[in-house]
Design a protein around this ligand. Structure first.
Ligand SMILES: C[S@@+](CC[C@H](N)C(=O)[O-])C[C@H]1O[C@@H](n2cnc3c(N)ncnc32)[C@H](O)[C@@H]1O
Length: 190
């Protein structure tokens, strides 16, 4: 779900020149220069994929928006236009999910998370974000909000390397004020 009245294309125009997400940069630092296959969920304008490609990773980007098929081509980038709710994930060294998991429909989220965890072998990493229950968008039946104890339960197969809770009032890319409740996570599969 894009913000009311704003398409994902508008979101991309406002965010595409912004730097990669700190969760991704931390995961990459923890790989210590090793590369592999990264699945970039919600690839969007490619802001995270750009750093993955620059550092030598192969990237499979998955996103439901048709515009992602027009991302600049790169020999190590494959873009699949698919909804999270049904997407099958390849075996990967890293699953990056920046600000996109909440937009998987809640009914489909448990199965989607199962596919994310199954895509990672021992030593593989997850980097991404979950929205908590005090987020302003909680209550929207199409958005997945998860309490901290349930996020931690999802991470049981992982060694948690970063778990930051953010709760603040800040502008959305559209310029509206919003109360954000976000968990920033980096985790390594046991
Ligand atoms: C908030 S944007 C985040 C984009 C980028 N990862 C970033 O950090 O800026 C969410 C992205 O997830 C995609 N998305 C939202 N719901 C989706 C779904 N159910 N299946 C696949 N992609 C979805 C949107 O098209 C959008 O590109």
């Amino acid at each position: 779900m894009a913000e009311a009245g704003m398409s994902w294309s508008e979101y991309y125009a406002k965010t595409r020149d912004q730097p990669p997400r700190p969760t991704l940069l931390e995961a990459l630092a923890r790989f210590g220069g090793r590369t592999g296959l990264a699945v970039d969920l919600g690839i969007g304008s490619g802001r995270d994929a750009a750093v993955l490609l620059a550092r030598g990773w192969r990237v499979v980007g998955i996103d439901a928006e048709p515009v992602v098929l027009a991302l600049p081509r790169h020999p190590r980038l494959t873009v699949r236009r698919e909804p999270f709710e049904t997407a099958e994930l390849p075996q990967a060294d890293l699953v990056n999910a920046s600000f996109c998991l909440p937009f998987c429909h809640p009914d489909a989220f448990p199965s989607f998370w199962g596919r994310i965890a199954a895509a990672l072998g021992p030593g593989g990493r997850f980097a991404g974000h979950f929205f908590g229950p005090r987020d302003d968008w909680a209550g929207d039946p199409g958005i997945t909000h998860i309490p901290e104890d349930e996020v931690r339960a999802l991470l049981t197969p992982f060694e948690v390397e970063r778990f930051d809770e953010e709760e603040d009032d800040a502008e959305t890319p559209r310029g509206a004020m919003k109360h954000w409740h976000i968990f920033h996570v980096v985790a390594r599969k046991r």
